[in-house]
Every structure is written in structure tokens, then in C-alpha cells.
Design a protein around this ligand. Sequence first.
Ligand code: GCW
Length: 678
Amino acid sequence: AAENGLDGWLRYASLPCSHECQSKLPASIVVLNATKTSPIYVAGSEIQDGLKSIYGSHAQISKSQCKTSSSVVVGTVEQYRKACGSLSEIPELAEDGFWLSIDGRKIRILGSTERGALYGAFEYLSMLAQGNFSTVSYATSPSAPIRWVNQWDNMDGRIERGYGGPSIFFNNGAIVDDLTRVKQYARLLASIRINAVVVNNVNANATLLTPDNLKGLGRIADVFRPYGIQVGISLNFASPEDLGGLDTFDPLDPSVISWWSNITEQVYQHVPDMAGYLVKADSEGQPGPQTYNRTLSEGANLFAKAVQPYGGIVMFRAFVYNKLNESNWTADRANAAVDFFKDLDGEFDENVVVQIKYGPIDFQVREPASPLFANLFNTSTAIELQVTQEYLGQQSHLVYLPPLWKTILDFDLRVDGKSSLVRDVYTGKRFNRKLGGSAAVVNVGTNTTWLGSHLAMSNLYAYGRLAWNPADDATTMLQDWIRLTFGLDQTVLSTITKMSMESWPAYEGYSGNLGIQTLTDILYTHYGPNPASQDNNGWGQWTRADHNGIGMDRTVSNGTGFSGQYPDELATIYENIDSTPDDLLLWFHHVNYTYQLHSGKTVIQHFYDAHYTGAATAQTFRTQWASLEGKIDDGRYNHVLRRLDYQSGHSIIWRDAINNFYHNLSGIPDTAKRVNHH
Ligand code: GCW
């Protein structure tokens, strides 16, 4: 059958039911809260649908009356104790954690919260859909309380850096009437344990705050609520002036303060459980506190105080930088986050979280971990990832992102000479912060593939898994997603695993190597090769490539000083060219094209070779996928095939554009005589 992909990994595709399977299907489902708007109710009906759709088995839903044999009982620990009696075997659960116990036909799914119970239900369904009937009994809790997604949706329905069609939330300045797609999205997000979604672009338009739109926001929140997902919104710092008609938006001005507290009260009238505000200020033309010579923390705290009475939080983005002059050898956009935020450590209110992009520049194919994670000790932080493949092929290229993310999450910053994994910093463990977690830019649209490509959904799935447990393994997550999305066939599993795991290294191969950034067009599209666009502008994503050499000198001794933003152990490694890893060489050092890498190759020959290898790998994706014809429904098979066909050609365009560019610039021939060889 043709499939459109709307269900993503929640397809509940039909599976044969063996004797063992028959003996393990429960006859009934006990929901310990039968209110229709409760996540427990949703859990019950999802389980009922799943059992029916996967195994054709009908389970009756019964309310509150506790049966423990041949049934699934789903609720909170507290509801269970009330309805079914005491329970001693459950270990301590953190907020939103759950306990899952499967023993033949006796299944208990108990959350510390209702949302946690829903997560447990989806976990049980994931096992069922993978034909897994193991006996289990375990508890799991989230690594951090913040597991958010950020949409970059504009009020007119367009999505900034969106590659899956227009917004599912907005159209023509208002909230859409039909929220069916929002409900389907809620279901997907709940199954990966996301607990909040910021629905509008960080480049925010104040008109979201008009009375009509706040009403609409209330409708959106009502759709998400049964899925345990709270709604948050992005704010435009100048709203008091733009929308409120005040003549200032100074964060310390009493009229501004009361304007925001009044608006916040209205927001909470419509959305009583609003998660919080997301703020991009003083960056890329967005207004902010610096207009009035106020600090970023004074700006953040303005909102923190407004939402505090309602239990809301403020996600304040660290993506703040100014345009720079390239003729200054020591100017460096990578320095900006630490320069702006380091001295503000301890100045933010307790309900502020500084949201930090994984690298110091902007979602590039390879970056070192943002040093800001090693400079804030009295401030809560969150990491910002991008499921949207803005610089990474915009969903027209297959790029499975978790291996890239892992280079950051698992990275040890060695603060005070002690283990300081990035993931231990933003989850609050390293510096004992209560708040913290992850946010990812996920620009799903009305396209039935959500992101524009079926294979791109592995990134969304894995993002949720990592937000829950950042130590999760890239291949394990991927394989769960493959089985849930495309079924249990072994060839399908091994083929998609291989393609996906090869995809980020391939993309890095045919785009930017050795830490030089992605080399896409950075002026407008962020798509396709355009190495020349990096330099001679104020954006600061420079490569400093000329006839002799390439790379940014970010040393303290002779460059921008960026390496000195890391704790000593790391600063020493990056400061010294010999100890800098090859894959970040050009991030930290400016070298001649003939500089010899640890691998023994010269920089320029590495460029040539990596581009050929990367593009050659990308060309196998199409062939690998084609071997699955007939094992995947035609609709999804053909959609993916077209994408991979395109990638196969575009990877050659990338290869030749980049190789020719540096060949022309350096005048150094390719020893294998491929580049520009006539
Ligand atoms: O990656 C860049 C994007 C902008 C984006 C900005 C940001 C929302 O090109 O489109 O604006 O970063 O993260 O704020």
C-alpha cells in the first residue's frame, strides 16, 4: 500500500502473531484516569489501537476498576496505589519517569506523572511493534526536565529554514482552524518524550500576542495537553513598542515591566500551563536590552519575573553576535557567546536557562563544542540542536545527525581538570543545577512527510531519545526507528543502518573538511557549495583562504584567542597545532595548503581525496536503497529514491565545486590527477 508517512514511526504495522505472541496479548486495558483530556486516557486508547492494528487483537478498556491479570494497567504510581493497593517494587522515579513491568499478560505501566505513564505506554507499544515480548521490569527517568522542540514558524505560515511545507500552526497572521496535524504531531512528540513545543519563530512577531491569537494559542495548547506537551512561545523584545504602543522597550522601565506582566497574565489565562518564553535578543537584527545599554541578563530577568508566579521558565538564547570586520586578524564570531555571557554567570534569575547552540558558530558540519558550556557554573543551560538540516542538505540529502551530535554531547570539557562531559553540564549534573536540558529546531510542515523526507525523521526520533538519555547509542536508536518505520526485514534493517551511519561522514567528505565549516552559501540559502561566500563579508564565518593557505588562527598566541576560552587542558591541546585533531585543524589554525596532517596527507590533498570518497559513498546510497524495492511500500520507496537520486548528483556538484575552487586558488595539482585534469 502507498503510505504517506503521517504516522512516522507510530505506524503500528501489522505483524504475524505466533503462539508465544498470542499467549502474551492482554485482554483488557485498565486506565486509572478516564478523563478524556488526560494523558492516561490517551495512553489507553493508543494501546488499544496498537494491539488492534499490529496483532488484530481487541482489548477492552475498563476504567479505574483494578484488574491485574491479563491486563495492562496504566496510570500514575499514586493512582495505582489508590485503586489497586500497595506496591513495593517500584524504584525511585524522577519527574516524568516511569516503571514498566511486563510479565506475560500482566503489564503495568506506572508514571511518576501522567505524562510519564504515557511515555511508558509508548515504550510498551514500541516493543509490541518490534515483536518484542520480553519479560521486563525496570524504571527509567529523564536526564533533564527540559526536552523541548522549537518551531521557526512565522505568523504568515511560512517557516524560516523549513523544508517540509508551510506551518501546521499559522496561516495569514492567525492560528489555523483545523488542528488535525497538530494533534498528529503531538502524538509523535509524546512518543519520544518531548514535553514542550515553542510554536513560533525565534525571530518573533509581536502579533502572536493579540487577543485573537492568544485565543488561538489556547486552542493549540488544548490539543497538545492530553499528550503531556506544554506550549511555549518566542517573544519579540520590542513588543511593548511594536504592539503595545509604548515609546520604549527598555527592560528596566516600569511601564515596560507592567506591560509584560499584563501580557503574561493574558497568556496564562488562555494557556494556564504555558511552559515559558524563548527569547532571541540582540542578534541578527532582533531588538534586545542592549539598545538601552542594559545587560542580557537584565533582559532575560524581565521575562523571568513575569512568568515566575505561574511556574514558567525563560529560555534565553546564547546565539548573540555582532557583524565583524575581516581585516582585523583577531576578530572572531566564535568568541561572541563566551564574551557576552561569561561575566553574567550568576546574574540570571533561577528560572532562566541559557540555550546554547552546540558549536560556537552555527550548526556547521563540524564544530568544536561551544566553550560556553565550560564558562557558566551558576547558570542553568540547555543545548540547542537542529533536526532541521539547514546547513546539512535541507532534507534533500540523507544525513543522520546523531553521530555528529555525539561528538559534542560526549565531549569532555575538563573543567578544573575533572570529567565534564557536555551532556553532564546541560543536564545539570556537573554543576548541580536543577533546570537544564535540550531544545531542537524541528521545522515540520504540512508536507505529509513532515520534514520533507521520510529518512529525515530518524533525526527527530533520535533527538527525543537523546533528550531523555544523552548517553543513548546512535546505532541502537536508529535501528529501533528503522523497525518501527519500515518493518522487521533484516535486509531493510542492515541497509538503512549502513546508509545512515555513512551519511554524515560522507556529507562532511564532499562539503567542508578539517573543521573549515560546511562551505555552503552562507549569504542567503545556506544550501549548495559556495566556498567564496564565506569571506569578504561581516558574518564572521570566515575561512581566510588565499593563494597560500587556509583556516582561522584561533590561538591565543597569534590569533583570535578563542582557544583560550576552553579550560586549560583543552586550551593547551587546541593552542598547539601538533595536538589539534585533524578534523578541527582549520578551525583553530591557519596553515599552508601543503601543511602535513597527522594522517600524512597534505591539507589540499585531503580536500581532494575526501571529496571524491564522500561523493562516491553518497552515490552508493541510491543503489543500496534500490536493493530494497518491494520490501518497502511504493509510496515511501519512490519518494526516498528520488531524494537519493538527487543527492547522488548533487554530491558530485559539491565535490567538483569545492575541489576546483581550492585547486584554482592554490594552484596545487591533485596527485591522483582527477581535479581539473584535462
Ligand atoms: O542558523 C541561523 C539561521 C537563521 C536563524 C538563526 C538563529 C531563526 O540561518 O535563519 O534565525 O540562525 O538561530 O536565530
